[in-house]
Design a binder for this molecule. Structure first.
Ligand SMILES: [Zn+2]
Ligand SMILES: [Zn+2]
Length: 277
């Protein structure tokens, strides 16, 4: 009987940025070398999509690459894929913001390249970022309940668009320590149900462990509900530096197992495959 593939042979990181976004550092080759050193078999570059929903060519240089930079990004990932072929699979991905009312503009960007995986993120909530350094203060000013409620409404809507393969950092508004109010349990459950109905996956991300909240995304009980609903998972670090590639890998794999997950996904040209945990 063949031995089941151990996770060591199928180590994946499905959320990795590059210096093009303006808030990450390091050469792309260094990220791939770091992934190899951590024993990964796959690394998906998923840099931030150009901010197609804001006016101007470069509306927020510290957040995302420009439209003009996108083809160079795609090319560099392809070059690294060829260079590292046989040692590690380098995948072409994108972290795409969901912006309500701008679905057609995003669909056009997604159609322009041959992505392996498209992450769907809600960062833009009530006309401002929910996760930028200034965003913690929004909870005091605008109200935690208001922000969380709107966030989950948008996340559920993002899932239902069918534009995304994976929803990222499912409970992102907790980043600075403002946890989801107990009164919004039904809103969270509705977002879980939207993910299930859409057949979209979610990431288990170590990034939250590096933030003020000091907890992976999604929180353990939320991850358990997602797994119970049959929503598949991928592993991610949300690395913004080579040293963060596969960061916290053991912790998020343990979290996934504790939540009841028994497999994780991998993507090629937006087709999924399953690996046992
Ligand atoms: Zn980023
Ligand atoms: Zn993000």
């Amino acid at each position: 009987m063949p031995t089941p593939r151990s996770n060591l042979r199928t180590g994946t990181d499905y959320h990795v940025h590059t210096a093009r976004c303006g808030h990450a550092g390091g050469a792309m080759r260094t990220y791939v070398e770091a992934a190899l050193a951590r024993g990964l078999s796959e690394i998906a570059f998923t840099d931030h999509v150009p901010l197609y929903f804001l006016p101007g060519d470069d509306p927020d240089p510290g957040i995302a690459m420009t439209r003009a930079e996108l083809p160079g990004y795609v090319e560099e990932v392809r070059d690294l894929r060829e260079e590292f072929a046989g040692r590690i699979d380098v995948l072409l991905g994108l972290e795409a913001d969901y912006a309500e009312g701008h679905e057609a503009a995003l669909a056009a960007i997604l159609a322009a390249h041959d992505w392996d995986v498209v992450l769907g993120s809600v960062h833009w909530v009530k006309s401002d970022w929910i996760d930028a350094p200034h965003s913690g203060a929004r909870h005091e000013r605008e109200g935690t309940e208001v922000l969380w409620k709107e966030y989950y409404r948008l996340l559920a809507k993002a899932a239902s668009t069918g534009l995304f393969d994976v929803l990222t950092h499912f409970d992102l508004p907790k980043k600075f320590g403002h946890r989801r109010p107990a009164s919004l349990a039904m809103h969270e459950a509705a977002a879980v149900e939207a993910a299930r109905a859409a057949g979209v996956a979610v990431e288990v991300s170590s990034a939250g462990l590096r933030k003020a909240v000091a907890e992976e995304y999604p929180a353990p009980p939320l991850l358990a509900s997602l797994v119970k609903a049959g929503v598949p998972i991928v592993f991610s670090s949300d690395a913004h530096a080579p040293a963060e590639v596969a960061w916290g890998r053991e912790a998020i794999e343990a979290a996934a197992l504790a939540a009841g997950a028994r497999e994780h996904l991998s993507f090629r040209k937006r087709e999924r495959r399953k690996y046992p945990l």
